[in-house]
Design a protein around this ligand. Sequence first.
Ligand code: NAD
Length: 260
Amino acid sequence: MSNGECLTGAKRAAKALVNSRHAIAFTGAGISTESGIPDFRGPQGLWKRFNPALASIDYLNSDPRGFWDFYIERFRVLSSAKPNKAHLALAELERLGVIKYVITQNIDDLHRLAGSVNIIELHGNYKTVYCIRCNSSYPFELALSKYESGENPPRCPRCGGILRPNVVLFGEPVSEISKALELASISDAVLVVGSSLSVYPAAYVPLVVKQHGGVMILVNLEPTDYDDYADVVMHCKALEALEQILSQVKLILGGAGVGA
Ligand code: NAD
């Protein structure tokens, strides 16, 4: 999609968002690729190099050492990442009262670092680990330093149980999903950014907004299965799309008028 086509999409998206009563954002790994964190299914995605089963609860239970060999690399990448302009634009849209909540599939903490306040992290957050035996929680740095000093799998300082990241692994329930679906059911617009919309139940969130008559805006580099279903589709980089949407929203709020 050319720059001009992204701008046209951004104008339509901004108008729909400003006209909405309760708009939410739904984000996926694609919003963070420009921060240096690879997504799963995009052109440079992790699943081009690794088997998705590595991020499953079954793998953690059957081979905790192998699981940590895989996961430690993710920790290193996640902990050095900074929010990019797309995260910052979403935080600004929240401050302007245009976006009420960010519901994210990401575990990277970048929405919080960017200044978003109302955040639901469907798949948890990498910043803490906990013991699978006694449930004690620790900063992820503890697991990292234990791993780096040769303790694999890293173990709980209190009871010696195996530590695990506080994220939802494949095969585990998504405890925050009911809150997210409830929010979706009262929302009349959803701005989807950087998600293939192929991981369930998370992907139900934008679909519920649309099913209730809301507007669905899709920002994604590649086509998704829901492009035909959405009201506005922008095949653009998240940071360019979000910057354009933000400046169009500011133009409208600045007095240019929302129009019909
Ligand atoms: P996904 O990998 O399935 O899809 C990401 C989508 O983003 C792809 O379709 C890709 O085309 C698009 N994309 C990549 N770069 C983009 C950019 N700069 N601008 C716009 N779009 C871009 O990711 P998903 O839908 O979030 O679902 C997969 C799971 O991945 C989630 O459950 C999430 O927990 C996990 N995940 C999270 C992170 C993170 O925390 N940053 C990173 C990798 C995976």
